[in-house]
Design a binder for this molecule. Structure first.
Ligand code: COS
Length: 376
């Protein structure tokens, strides 16, 4: 499938590219070093509406389709993948509301994002990562409310979120069938935001723990029906994994751009190193694999845009692009040689940033399980 962008997509791509180059790139190194969350950089993106791209137009957003989201996220990640992750986690939280929420819920929570708010998707727990159905956060009915108790971890945007899509179980013995989704609003008594993770990469994104201690959630914040939560989370992740693949494709493309530029400038044995076939073949493989990943990503996005289930294709794109980004950024460090290992150059950061793409939103091994399950 050839990826031919419409003129609107081209314009949007150009807008995001210029924004990332001019407004974000100059500050990346500083925030990567400090690990601080650059709220003011995200607020600049909010001014351009980057936080509401996927919110349907009837609820005040731009209503972009999945393919156009891929264009935006790839462009963001060429400069700073954490920028896309922060926006994407808003969308993953909201996507669960869009999938299963009532009109009132969609409106209430879109209204929280639109003025410049954040949302968080809270599935993972200290003892329930890949095996999401084994989660232990409990939900017990009390009158018209539900009482939530438990702990979530690796919550993106945690410290800044206005609402949290929390998955809890009404009966652990039911595994996936007991999992139920709730929207927990910031400031609800018993909800405590824990420590911010000091991460290896994506250091411009905020990642926290979340403790729920007798958190009372009104029935109007229940997502779908009791027991629907696992499927809501998986459907949200089908979309999240495509967005995620677009981000790792952007990261790979950003690394390739750096590698080509450096290989043209760096002279050894009397000629630019790009004249060596060994370097050219590395670059050719990087380019070829990244293009293949891009095709998988747009293919999955196109299926979702057509209303076709794309779990298999989303997992293929997520796995392939995530694995590829680790290889491409590693090879970029190799092309830079000793300078690649130095913090003075941007590529060691790219390598650090890449690793998470094999881990979050389902490890590369989990994606292979999803793909294999379709074969079985
Ligand atoms: N869309 C809709 N429904 C889905 C689905 C999807 N993508 N994937 C699974 N389901 C449904 C299944 O059809 C099944 O429903 P039925 O019982 O009605 O048939 C139900 O959900 C349970 O599915 P399954 O039996 O496959 O669940 P498992 O416990 O075996 O887990 C995996 C499946 C491993 C795929 C799942 O746990 C997973 O994705 N783990 C990784 C979690 C993750 O990505 N965490 C990161 C969070 S963000 S940092």
């Amino acid at each position: 499938m050839a990826i031919i962008l419409t003129s609107e997509q081209q314009d949007l791509k150009e807008l995001v590219k210029n924004f990332m180059e001019n407004e974000i790139k100059p500050h990346v190194k500083k925030y990567d070093e400090s690990g601080e969350f650059p709220l003011e950089l995200y607020q600049k993106g909010f001014e351009l509406g980057f936080h509401l791209l996927e919110i349907p137009e009837e609820f005040g957003g731009s209503g972009l389709d999945h393919q156009t989201m891929c264009v935006v996220l790839e462009e963001m990640a060429k400069v700073e993948p954490a920028y896309g992750i922060t926006m994407l986690c808003n969308s993953l939280a909201l996507e669960c509301v869009l999938i299963s929420g009532t009109k009132d819920q969609i409106k209430r929570f879109s209204d929280k994002i639109i003025p410049g708010g954040f949302g968080s998707f809270c599935l993972t727990e200290p003892n329930a990562g890949s095996d999401a159905a084994s989660l232990r956060t409990t939900a017990v009915k009390d009158g018209n409310d539900y009482i939530l108790n438990g702990r979530k971890c690796f919550v993106t945007n945690g410290q800044f979120s206005d609402f949290f899509v929390v998955f809890a179980t009404v009966d652990k013995s039911l595994r996936a069938k007991g999992v139920t989704g709730f929207i927990v609003e910031k400031g609800t008594p018993g909800l405590t935001i824990g420590k911010h993770e000091d991460k290896m990469g994506l250091r411009l994104s905020n990642t926290t723990d979340l403790a729920l201690d007798n958190v009372r959630v009104p029935a109007e914040n229940l997502l779908g029906q009791i027991g629907d939560g696992f499927k809501i989370a998986m459907r949200g992740l089908d979309q999240g994994r495509i967005n995620n693949a677009a981000l790792s494709t952007g990261l790979s493309q950003g690394a390739i751009n750096e590698a080509v530029k450096y290989a043209k400038e760096r002279v050894q044995f009397g000629k630019p190193i790009i004249k060596n076939q060994a370097i050219q073949f590395m670059l050719a493989d990087m380019d070829m694999q990244t293009e293949a990943g891009r095709q998988l990503t747009y293919n999955a996005a196109k299926l979702l845009d057509s209303g076709i289930k794309a779990s298999r294709e989303a997992s293929m794109a997520k796995c392939f692009c995530g694995d590829n980004s680790v290889k491409v950024t590693c090879d970029t460090v190799q092309i830079f040689g000793g300078y690649g290992y130095s913090r003075e150059y941007p590529v060691e950061k790219m390598y650090r940033d890449s690793k998470i793409f094999q881990i979050f939103e389902g490890t590369s091994q989990i994606q292979r399980m999803v793909i294999a399950n379709q074969l079985l």
